[in-house]
Design a protein. Structure first.
Length: 51
């Protein structure tokens, strides 16, 4: 379960950083980071629970 928590947290952090860096490009809408943050926060306990 610890491995899943570390992997999920690391992946979520990398995804948020990538969304933040790529957001100014014309292809991503401005609400990308605001939407991805709650989705990642909701997915974290789900991943821990399923492990």
């Amino acid at each position: 379960m610890t491995r899943v928590a570390v992997a999920s947290g690391t992946t979520g952090f990398v995804m948020l950083q990538a969304a933040d860096v790529l957001q100014p490009t014309p292809r991503l809408p401005s609400w990308t980071v605001r939407l991805s943050t709650p989705l990642l926060l909701l997915g974290f306990p789900l991943a821990i629970g399923l492990s």
